[in-house]
Design a protein around this ligand. Structure first.
Ligand SMILES: Cc1cc2nc3c(=O)[nH]c(=O)nc-3n(C[C@H](O)[C@H](O)[C@H](O)COP(=O)(O)O)c2cc1C
Length: 496
């Protein structure tokens, strides 16, 4: 392969002639520029230089070989010139380094919120924006956790709670605690090892990991990281090209995946404005400013999700059942009616979820609809304890949240952001500690509630009379408020 010096690469920085370096190889991306699903701006930002750090988190490792013709690879960057290039720490890198150096010790982290506040400091702004954002006004995102505050507990005493056993089984797998690490895309935004961190920590703590379709690591890498007997599930975004989906599902089944979770709540990606704004703030050459293609440059989320098939519907379940023996679970159910349909179409279960408040703002929290889902299933003759698994996710931040979900009939709960935040601040050890903290909190909650085992956690242990009461704190509309105040006649104001 031809060797090319850094100086040579640095000469190719215009839209009509753009080269970038990725993993030591030099690519001519001029022809690909208008087709890049993430927009042109981000490529131009790295024109003539090394784009590896920005490339890695949001692209599967084999994507270049799959989508670009071999001729675009011009050669390898000269190792000597790479080694001698001055390593300049940008102001942002410096701030993040200092934040990492000054973060609390791991044993000073006591709950999921602690990890979130550390992550906010140690994550680069684009990663924080992608992980933390919800859609629109983020009302649903906040409601997800707030809903748990409207469920109160009815503790039973004088029960022998010397020994607590919180182990359970989910889709036939014995697991240490009724929680699983749910699918969250782009793990490498938070940690160079991406989803593999979650795999390793899940193995250590005996919990299940759901692998996302849009992982930063390749599916095979994540599967290869699996320990003996570790259970992994797959979250599936269905591709408009069903042959791609079929191949992926068959490959997953052969690779030992134990459950197929089809995401149904994202026929179009929600507007996550934090994430979108972050992309708009990327520096790019002035010549790009009037470029219409910027319209497509709408944040990490949109860049990676263009392939998702909006025509996915209930009839497709039969097709999935014809191509795989894995249990099929629909992720993103938001009403009792749809939970019942999933049961009728022969799915093995559902995840009540609003995608962590990242899709439809004002969709209900999963825990709010859980009681009506369980009732509706029972009315149809389905026993959600035996025949059909109901999981929930969204806003689960405390062991008592898990307790409440189980009391209301959930087989288990999925947890997303907290694990990303723990991974971003502290890697494997952070994720392991967070699982331990959830275990400690759930153990205490079970003991104080008089429930020795998961089976002992029953609906009469929770008071849900206020669950349906929504008190939504609206974000202040400064513009409207300002205009309204201006309209006040001065005289009246002084009399108030
Ligand atoms: C950064 C991020 C990425 C996500 N990516 C996916 C995804 O690729 N597929 C999917 O089905 N759900 C995805 N989700 C939704 C999660 O699976 C889950 O529904 C949600 O995170 C649960 O809420 P929580 O973060 O409050 O625990 C993502 C959530 C976050 C926060």
């Amino acid at each position: 392969m031809k060797t090319i010096s850094l100086e040579e690469v640095a000469k190719h920085t215009s839209k009509k002639d753009v080269w970038v370096i990725i993993h030591g190889k030099v690519y001519d991306l001029t022809a690909f520029l208008p087709e890049h699903p993430g927009g042109q701006k981000i490529i131009m930002k790295y024109a003539g230089r090394d784009a590896t750090k920005a490339f890695d988190p949001i692209h599967p490792p084999d994507i270049i070989d799959r989508f670009l013709s071999p001729e675009v690879c011009l050669g390898e960057v000269d190792a000597a010139s790479l080694a001698s290039a001055p390593k300049v720490e940008t102001e942002q890198e410096k701030q993040l380094r200092i934040a990492h150096e000054n973060k609390p010790r791991l044993d000073e982290m006591y709950n999921a919120f602690d990890f979130e506040s550390v992550a906010k400091n140690v994550l680069p702004p684009d990663a924080w924006a992608y992980y933390s954002s919800g859609s629109d006004d983020e009302v649903t995102m906040r409601e997800n956790h707030n809903a748990f505050h409207r469920i109160w507990l009815r503790p039973r005493v004088m029960v022998d709670v010397a020994k607590i056993d919180m182990s359970t089984s989910m889709l036939g797998t014995k697991t240490a605690i009724p929680l699983y690490i749910t699918a969250t895309a782009l793990g490498k935004l938070g940690h160079p090892d991406g989803e593999k961190v979650l795999t390793r920590a899940a193995a250590k703590r005996d919990v299940i990991q759901m692998i996302p379709t849009l992982a930063s690591c390749s599916f095979d890498e994540i599967v290869a990281t699996r320990a003996n007997n570790q259970t992994q599930w797959l979250q599936l975004y269905v591709n408009s090209d069903r042959t791609v989906t079929q191949k992926f599902v068959e490959h997953a089944e052969k690779s030992g995946i134990k459950g197929l979770f089809i995401t149904a709540d994202a026929p179009q990606l929600g507007r996550r404005e934090k994430d979108m704004r972050q992309k708009y703030s990327q520096e790019a050459p002035d010549e790009m400013d009037n470029d219409d293609s910027f319209q497509r440059d709408e944040g990490a989320a949109r860049a990676i999700s263009a392939f998702i098939d909006p025509s996915l519907n209930w009839k497709d379940v039969a097709w999935f059942k014809s191509i795989t023996k894995m249990p099929i679970i629909i992720k993103g159910i938001q009403t009792a009616e749809d939970a019942v349909l999933a049961w009728k179409y022969g799915c093995a279960g559902v995840v009540l979820s609003n995608h962590g408040g990242r899709q439809l703002d004002f969709a209900p929290s999963a825990v709010e609809i859980l009681p009506e889902v369980i009732d509706a299933l029972k009315r149809e003759g389905c026993d959600p304890k035996k025949d059909f698994d109901v999981y929930i996710d969204g806003g689960i931040r405390r062991g008592s949240d898990i307790f409440k979900a189980v009391a209301l009939g959930a087989k288990g709960v999925g947890i997303g952001r907290p694990f990303l935040f723990a991974m971003s601040g502290y890697g494997d050890k952070g994720v392991e500690r967070l699982i331990q903290l959830y275990q400690d909190e759930l153990e205490m909650c079970m003991r104080l509630m008089g429930a020795k085992t998961i089976e002992d956690i029953t609906p009469d242990m929770v008071d849900i009379r206020n669950l349906k009461d929504h008190f939504v704190a609206n974000p202040t509309d400064y513009l409207a408020k300002h205009a309204y105040e201006k309209m006040q006649p001065r005289g009246n104001l002084s009399k108030l």
